[in-house]
Design a binder for this molecule. Structure first.
Ligand SMILES: Nc1nc2c(ncn2[C@@H]2O[C@H](COP(=O)(O)OP(=O)(O)O)[C@@H](O)[C@H]2O)c(=O)[nH]1
Ligand SMILES: [Mg+2]
Length: 161
């Protein structure tokens, strides 16, 4: 599970400061997404590792308003691991109030699962009492990213999360 922790400031979020965690398995596209967005200040980047390092990055959870979970939609071999990690994150007490934006990334690759298939693979229907949305993205082309952030911005502005 790789992790990037960022604070984003931009026209998308106005003057509001939001604490957002960008999470996902290694190679999902997290760094590419932050590079494409060219927004925000990356406060901390924790090198990728195994699930067992979660205790070390728990300290970033408090006061997080949103989680962006990035999935390599073409990596069907690891989609099950991505699902397990995702639900483990949702169970974290400190992230209970966070809204969740899922990026079904790498849509340009052959065999990539679409948003409906990623929704099913990640068992997003199991999410209870939390606002979430999924967007198809291609981080290398910058596609879908701002649509997702618009949703996130509007959701945070509306007071939840
Ligand atoms: N084809 C394709 N490759 C992508 C996309 N997003 C990221 N990648 C590539 O996937 C690899 C891992 O991306 P990276 O951002 O480093 O993943 P991270 O480990 O989650 O930070 C790099 O070679 C990226 O260029 C995408 O949307 N489409
Ligand atoms: Mg990275």
């Amino acid at each position: 599970m790789g992790i990037l922790f960022t604070r984003m400031f931009s026209s998308v979020f106005g003057n509001k400061e939001a604490r957002i965690l960008v999470l996902g398995l290694d190679n999902a596209g997290k760094t590419t997404i932050l590079y494409r967005l060219q927004m925000g200040e990356v406060v901390s980047t924790i090198p990728s590792g195994q699930t067992s390092i979660r205790p070390y990055w728990r300290c970033y959870f408090p006061n997080t308003q949103a989680v962006i979970y990035v999935v390599d939609s073409s990596d069907t071999d690891r989609i099950g691991v991505a699902k397990e990690e995702f639900h483990a994150i949702l169970e974290e007490e400190e992230l209970k109030g966070a809204v969740v934006l899922i990026f079904a990334n790498k849509q340009d690759l052959p065999g990539a699962l679409d948003d409906a298939a990623v929704t099913e693979a990640l068992e997003l229907h199991k999410i209870k009492s939390r606002q979430w949305a999924i967007f198809k993205t291609c981080a290398v082309k910058g596609e879908g990213l701002f649509e997702g952030l618009d949703w996130l911005s509007n959701t945070l502005k509306s007071g939840s999360g």
